[in-house]
Design a protein around this ligand. Structure first.
Ligand code: GCU
Length: 834
């Protein structure tokens, strides 16, 4: 048990913090009991080479002791008997101390022994020693001064991140500004942020990184860029983070000038061998390649009637002599026709890969997204994990919140990841947890592990949001030990990031643990998928976009019911891809869990769930309940004012208020959409019934005109108003007929990317609030040029005194193509959410 001295409080709250140091702040502990503390007087780092992780560990220990305790400690390479922290690899430790009495360790593992001021940190290798040093510092920073003697080994050898950075500096599904790696087609000159990122990654046990987008540009392979890779590797090496790159399968033709990219062609084999040799000249410890082939328009071996294994093995053979590996993505699927009841994108991975089991070289790892579709709010575990026992596998998780709020919604993801990692696929009737399959343990595979799509950017918060960093921290911790508890990891992160104050820890714990269930509630329920707009930004609601196209993320919603029939007896047969015991559950409508019902079955809206409600009433209730939870986040956060620094307090509060508003956009859009489809009213009479709203289109308009919104359900009453010209302000006026009292004014408007419209709100010609439509500068989610579920935004002005008959006036001044669009004003008595 952690011996946390609760008398310790974080000091230095006044200093603004921009998030750059993440959880590695080494904030001072103001310590009432410092006399009880005995800290090492010397740091003994057993390697003095600057690029070595052991040297880094020494520097880091020095920095940590200085930051946390204001204690200056010298670094030496000579062991001393008294009061020291010794850090090194096992070999270095034995050589320096003659002591070989160290427990046995696995690759990258460490032994940490703390006895008062005598501390030994011994890594199986140098990287392991650095991990041990970070663990010791994490304990100290959390006020944990317990004596420990512990061995920690990683669950799996592959613990990588993937970054979807493009050579021009943009990032696919990145929400925190441009790339830290690339700009204008080349590796950036200043790699300071790259080294800082490696430091964060090392502190959570990440040992590899793919630095460019899976939709890869062949110019990564230019001589100049390969030299650039050398510089990136140099920046990350002191932290034990090895780099790799994504490859474009057609490079031999598109970049190398060959007439073909056929993986069995001798000239193609030579091309990749030469490129690989060039890379290893610059980066001797290059980790490997990541390949997205025959997927979403990317070229691949199938073009030449070769198998995916032929494609993967092409790279595996080129890289094998250097000790590198190939991560080959299982995200291979084709466009399908929805009129075919049996067609199913979810089937694709097993159909493509199962026949190839046993044909992949030993240094190939098939990288499998956690679910069969694409990073949705809830998916069953991909059945591919159970179907290729003779192949190395890794699980692909997404830290960047592509479909899950794009870092503008707080969604703590580990509870979602754990639904898959802890899932028992019961292969051959034997326990087969996904985490034991990807570790290599279940099928006795030599390789396996984790790939997390992170997509950090140059924003000082790394991910665009301070709170989203809990997901990156937890990703590394879970890759190291997937049996760890999601809440315990979260609380370590909170203490390291925001300090030890119990109210701070409890508050952020509550919000975070409530956040994924809330997001699922107000986006897509019962396994129907997230219901974002899959044809545009993947951010706001647009349930209709799932269907009537070839992408295969179908819901098959019609007037009677919804859901994908994936049974063997009557549907796509997908349920039959699971081992027998699991398949039997999913095949049966009666015993499929409610939260995956619509993933596996097509049912009427009136179908009764195990919980007793109908599907449609569950949708309505879940959406109201999820949005209600999101309303609590800003209020909870406001309780932390003065308990954390102002900069992070304000930045987080802004996002939580945005989320509270956008959760209502979600709630209304999804509820209205399915009410419209099913014509079944909400038993609680909430859907389509907004007694506290004043619709903009029913206000008296001058210089404003009424417009339709697409999708219709993303406007209250399906209409909004925009200014009649893009130069002249418009005015919307209404008499308020609510009882006199104090209200919150919640105003829904659309914040599009075409300009920065300005708005002013008056009550009887007295200004009560104003704002600018500049979310594109502040939020970082993929922006929209339209009035829709992405741009719909709710802003609230609290505590406004209103008398019956008062005149509300909104003046909207357009800017560019942003015509100061308005949807409605909700005049909310205390406690009402409408
Ligand atoms: C999703 C995502 C794409 C990405 C793809 C992939 O479809 O929207 O941006 O390229 O996944 O993982 O390859």
């Amino acid at each position: 048990m952690r011996n946390i001295l609760l008398v310790l409080l974080s000091a230095g709250l006044a200093a603004a913090e921009d998030g750059l140091s993440g959880w590695l702040r080494y904030a001072p502990l103001s310590c009432g009991r410092s006399s009880h503390l005995s800290l090492p007087q010397t740091i003994v780092a057993l390697n003095t080479t600057i690029s070595s992780p052991v040297y880094t560990a020494g520097q880091e220990l020095q920095k940590g002791l200085q930051g946390i305790f204001a204690k200056q400690v010298k670094i030496s390479d000579q062991t001393t008997k008294s009061s020291s922290v010794v850090v090194g690899s096992l070999a270095q430790y034995i050589k320096a101390t003659g002591n070989s009495d160290v427990p046995s360790l696995e690759e990258d593992g460490y032994w940490l022994s703390v006895k008062g001021d005598s501390v030994q940190i011994v890594g199986q290798n140098e990287r392991g020693a650095l991990y041990g040093a970070f663990e010791y510092l994490s304990m100290l920073a959390q006020g944990n001064f317990a004596d420990v003697a512990k061995v920690s080994n990683p669950s799996a050898p592959i613990r990588w991140t993937n970054e979807w950075d493009n050579m021009d500096g943009s990032i696919e599904r990145g929400f925190a500004g441009p790339s830290i790696f690339f700009a204008n087609g080349v590796v950036v000159d200043d790699l300071t942020r790259v080294a800082e990122y490696a430091r964060l990654l090392a502190s959570i046990g990440i040992n590899g990184i793919i630095i460019n987008n899976v939709n890869a540009n062949a110019t990564t392979l230019s001589t100049q860029n390969i030299r650039g890779l050398g510089r990136v590797a140099d920046a990350m090496r002191p932290y034990g983070v090895q780099i790799g790159i994504s490859l474009n399968f057609a490079s031999p033709q598109s970049f190398g000038g060959l007439s073909t990219f056929d993986p069995l062609d001798a000239s193609v084999i030579k091309f990749w061998t030469d490129i690989t040799n060039q890379i290893y000249q610059q980066v001797p410890d290059f980790a490997g390649y990541l390949v997205k082939a025959n997927s979403e328009g990317q070229p691949g071996p199938i073009t030449y009637n070769r198998t995916l294994a032929d494609g993967a093995n092409l790279f595996a053979k080129a890289i094998k002599p250097h000790g590198g590996i190939v991560m080959f993505r299982a995200f291979v699927y084709d466009q399908l026709n929805e009129s075919d009841w049996h067609a199913d994108r979810a089937d694709a991975a097993v159909n493509y890969f199962k026949p190839l089991d046993g044909e992949f070289d030993d240094n190939v790892v098939v990288q499998i997204k956690y679910g069969p579709i694409d990073f949705q709010v809830r998916e069953p575990a991909s059945p591919l994990f159970a179907n290729i026992p003779k192949t190395n596998t890794a699980i692909e998780l997404q830290v960047t919140q592509e479909y899950l709020g794009q870092q503008c919604h707080l969604v703590y993801l580990p509870p979602l990841w754990k639904t898959v990692l802890d899932f028992d696929l019961k292969v051959d009737g034997q326990p087969s947890l996904v985490r034991d399959i990807v570790s290599g343990e279940r099928f006795k595979r030599p390789l396996g592990g984790y790939a997390g799509v992170v997509n950090v950017g140059t924003n000082s918060t790394w991910l665009g949001s301070h709170l989203a960093m809990s997901n990156l921290y937890a990703y590394g911790r879970l890759a190291w030990d997937p049996t760890s508890d999601a809440q315990a990891i979260l609380q370590d992160w909170i203490r390291l990031t925001f300090g030890l104050n119990r109210i701070v820890v409890d508050t952020i714990t509550k919000m975070s643990m409530d956040s994924w269930p809330a997001y699922e509630n107000y986006s897509g329920n019962l396994g129907i998928q997230t219901l974002t707009d899959i044809l545009y930004t993947h951010f706001g609601p647009n349930p209709a976009s799932q269907d009537d196209n070839g992408w295969g993320q179908w819901t098959r919603a019609d007037h009677n019911g919804l859901g994908m029939d994936r049974t063997v007896s009557n549907g796509t047969g997908f349920a039959g891809q699971y081992p027998a015991e699991v398949a039997a559950v999913y095949e049966s409508l009666e015993i499929t869990p409610d939260n995956l019902l619509l993933w596996f079955h097509h049912v009427p809206y009136t179908y009764t769930l195990h919980e007793g409600k109908t599907v449609i009433q569950h949708f309505y209730d879940a959406h109201y309940s999820g949005a209600e939870t999101a309303q609590t986040f800003p209020t909870l956060w406001e309780g932390l004012k003065g308990k954390i620094d102002d900069q992070r307090y304000e930045e987080v509060l802004f996002r939580l208020k945005y989320q509270a508003g956008h959760s209502i956009v979600w709630r209304d859009a999804i509820s209205e959409f399915y009410f419209n489809k099913s014509s079944i009213p909400d038993q609680a009479n909430r859907v389509g019934n907004h007694p506290w709203r004043v619709e903009a289109e029913s206000m008296q308009l001058s210089g404003y005109k009424v417009t339709a919104v697409n999708p219709f359900e993303t406007a209250s009453n399906f209409k909004a108003v925009v200014t009649s010209s893009n130069t002249t302000a418009g005015t919307a006026t209404a008499k308020l007929n609510f009882p006199s009292g104090t209200y919150d004014l919640a105003i829904n408007y659309y914040d599009i990317i075409g300009g920065r419209a300005r708005y002013e709100v008056y009550l009887n010609d007295k200004l009560v609030g104003k704002w600018t439509g500049d979310n594109e500068d502040k939020l970082g989610h993929t922006p929209s040029t339209f009035l829709d579920g992405h741009s719909a935004t709710r802003i609230t002005f609290g505590g406004v005194k209103v008398e019956t008959g008062d005149t509300l006036k909104i003046v909207g001044t357009p800017d560019g193509t942003e015509l100061a669009p308005l949807d409605y004003v909700a005049v909310l008595p205390s406690g009402v959410i409408d």
